[in-house]
Design a protein around this ligand. Structure first.
Ligand code: 5AD
Ligand code: SF4
Length: 345
């Protein structure tokens, strides 16, 4: 057995790797298939063959931030903006419930376009039907996160994007890496299941810094981690930067599965935007969550963080029976539970 296989086996058995070991794995593609297979094996052993579904509703594409990579950045004046009304959100949520979904994700750009009270009202109404709610609406104050939690939100997604502070502040002008970490701490302290994640392939990002991202996720004990390749958007300052590498993104995800076996890891849409079978590759390399898009067609097309995103959504069924049929070919099945983080204690 070669040296890299031994490193993968060590991760599989001990859930620990040094920074140097992670770097070796990330730098050498001869290990990819073995790593993907071991990550899948780990996921199957601990979390069985179950996949959790989350219904994604993109509530608004209005954003006050200006991240260089994102099509929703405030300086992209070519992007028409929208905000769903409370009733529109509740309608989409009730459709998802009727379909049998057990988690609803409310995602939006970072803005104050919805007063906190409105968000709380929507959360309370959705929660009447005993459903898990995930929010993904960016940086807020501790008090705001607290109000949203008290209204019934269960989980929150906030990607760190990169743990390289200098790169982060270059890519996200005006934002503070320190404040982002504060948000993640606050969310954990408030009892949210806390999700984070990163982009793979940002310009100037090194393999070493990706290794640091993985170690950071373990250190903060994230409950969910979304990893996606960077995809260049034509109306952003990064339009000429090459796309991130799908196979490197899958490796990052697979290493995370080995180091954090019980967490929830989505097969991200960005993976599928780069490869027609990207999400199935992810679901057989350590991922265990799918997030079908429930946003109506008109608004979904306007939520263009990167090109190809709406097209992926269109090609994916919302019907649980059809999803079940597709994943059955891979020996997988849709879970009947709400899919909180698996508890080993
Ligand atoms: N390519 C891939 N992912 C992107 N995101 C933003 N812009 C892009 C892009 N160009 C991701 C960020 C953000 C999430 C909502 O979308 O990681 O946290
Ligand atoms: Fe706004 Fe998020 Fe896009 Fe940054 S990544 S511009 S915060 S929607």
């Amino acid at each position: 057995m070669n040296k890299l296989q031994k490193i993968v086996d060590k991760a599989y058995e001990t859930e620990q790797l040094s920074r140097e070991e992670i770097i070796l794995l990330l730098k050498d593609d001869s290990i990819n298939e073995y790593l993907y297979a071991k990550a899948h094996q780990k996921k199957q052993e601990l979390l069985c063959n179950e996949i959790h579904l989350r219904a994604l509703i993109e509530i608004s594409n209005i954003c006050l931030q200006n991240c260089l990579y994102c099509g929703l950045r405030r300086d992209n004046s070519l992007q028409e903006r929208y905000k769903l009304s409370k009733d529109e959100i509740l309608f989409l949520a009730s459709t998802a419930k009727q379909y049998g979904y057990k988690t609803i994700v409310l995602q939006g750009g970072e803005s104050n376009t919805y007063p906190i009270n409105d968000l709380c009202e929507v959360i309370q109404k959705i929660k009447k039907d005993d459903i898990a709610i995930t929010l993904s609406i960016g940086e807020k104050t501790y008090e705001e996160y607290k109000l949203l939690k008290e209204a019934g939100a269960d989980r929150f997604l906030l990607r760190i994007e990169t743990t390289d502070c200098t790169l982060y502040e270059q890519m996200d002008p005006g934002m503070s890496h320190e404040n982002r970490k504060r948000c993640l701490r606050d969310l954990k302290a408030l009892g949210y299941e806390t999700g984070s994640g990163s982009l793979v392939g940002l310009p100037g990002q090194t393999i070493e810094s990706i290794a640091d991202d993985i170690l950071f996720f373990k250190e903060i004990d994230a409950d969910m981690l979304g990893i996606g390749p960077f995809i260049a958007h034509q109306d952003t300052p990064l339009k000429d930067v090459p796309n991130g590498n799908l196979f490197l993104s899958l490796k990052v995800m697979a290493i995370i599965r080995l180091l954090m076996p019980d967490i929830n890891i989505p097969a991200t849409t960005a993976m599928e935007a780069l490869h027609p079978n990207g999400r199935m590759l992810a679901l057989t390399s350590g991922a265990n969550v799918l997030m079908p898009n429930f946003t109506d067609e008109i608004h979904r097309k306007m939520y263009e963080i990167y090109p190809g995103k709406a097209q992926v959504a269109e090609n994916n069924s919302l019907h649980i029976e059809q999803i079940n049929k597709k994943i059955k070919e891979y020996g997988l099945v849709v879970s009947k539970t709400a899919g909180y983080r698996w508890n080993r204690s």
